[in-house]
Design a protein around this ligand. Structure first.
Ligand code: PAF
Length: 282
């Protein structure tokens, strides 16, 4: 695995790979790699001749007051995890390399980025699509790998790729979980032992919703109420930010469940905002 920090080095590595007719897989990350990222890298290494892992805490997707400065970083460990999982190139640019002075172009996938997480974080997806448009162009990736944990992010990226005719296939990979059911996330490291235990309430509430739908409940309101009651009664430090039941394709709010739904939840455990989701086929 080679580690490179500049756009010009990445352009050269990509050109060399294309000259050798290698397909290119991109795994975009903000570092602090965990098993979820490793699963994406492993799949890319199986599918492609060259796997580029980008490791860049992207400032444009954080609003003022969010955790950009304190976002966990451990580059030494990231290099080991990426290499072990099969990465061939680790691209770790500085902010000034991605956003040089006078940088002033942004990419916005309207609609799908304005619901759910987009309501609470109105500038977030604009930052995500902007940095990904740059990474897709730089890496000339045939495939890019994303985790289903950020389900809306994947839908936003799919919209951008369709609308702007990127020649990159978006591969959506399953959520990787701890044995406790907690979805793996770089932000889990903010949690104390008690909070780690309480955080399992997210997945348990999603399982409850799944079971209710399987047993014939179709009123989204009743399912959300049952999830709310379960979370508040089970975890003292939990504060629900959002529970939604939306159409799995359009992400439009659903009142009566008649087709496959996505149920995303966002819950604060102490000060840490965690997200998780489940798709329930109907
Ligand atoms: O999911 C993430 O870690 C980020 O949003 C991404 C896709 C790497 C863009 O910065």
């Amino acid at each position: 695995m080679i580690t490179i920090m500049t756009v010009s080095e990445l352009t050269k590595a990509v050109k060399d790979a294309k000259n050798k007719n290698l397909t290119i897989g991109l795994v975009p990350t903000m570092g602090y790699l965990h098993e979820g990222h490793a699963s994406l890298i492993r799949q890319s290494a199986v599918d492609n001749g060259l796997t580029v892992v980008s490791c860049f805490v992207n400032p444009t997707q954080f609003a003022p007051g969010e955790d950009f400065e304190s976002y966990p970083r451990d580059f030494t460990r990231d290099r080991k995890v990426a290499e072990k999982a099969g990465a061939t190139v680790l691209f770790a640019p500085d902010v000034s390399e991605m956003y040089p002075e006078n940088y002033n172009t942004f990419v916005l996938a309207c609609g799908v980025s304005e619901v759910l997480e987009g309501l609470a974080r109105p500038t977030h997806f604009r930052g995500v699509t902007t940095v990904l448009a740059k990474l897709f162009n730089l890496s000339r990736a045939d495939r890019a790998y994303f985790g289903q944990k950020d389900a809306q992010q994947v839908s936003v990226v799919e919209q951008m790729v369709r609308d702007l005719n990127f020649n990159t296939a978006i591969i959506r990979m399953p959520i990787v979980r701890e044995d406790s059911g907690l979805a793996k996330s770089s932000r889990n490291q903010y949690l104390s032992d008690t909070e780690l235990q309480e955080a399992t309430v997210l997945k348990k509430s999603l399982d409850l919703a799944h079971d209710l739908i399987r047993s014939g409940e179709i009123a989204a309101g009743k399912i959300k109420a049952a999830m709310t009651e379960f979370i508040t009664q089970t975890a003292e430090n939990a504060r629900i930010d959002r529970i939604d039941i939306v159409d799995n394709t359009t992400l439009a709010d659903v009142e009566t469940i008649t087709s496959t739904v996505l149920i995303p939840v966002a819950v604060y455990i102490g000060k840490t905002r965690l997200i998780d989701n489940i798709v329930v086929p109907v």
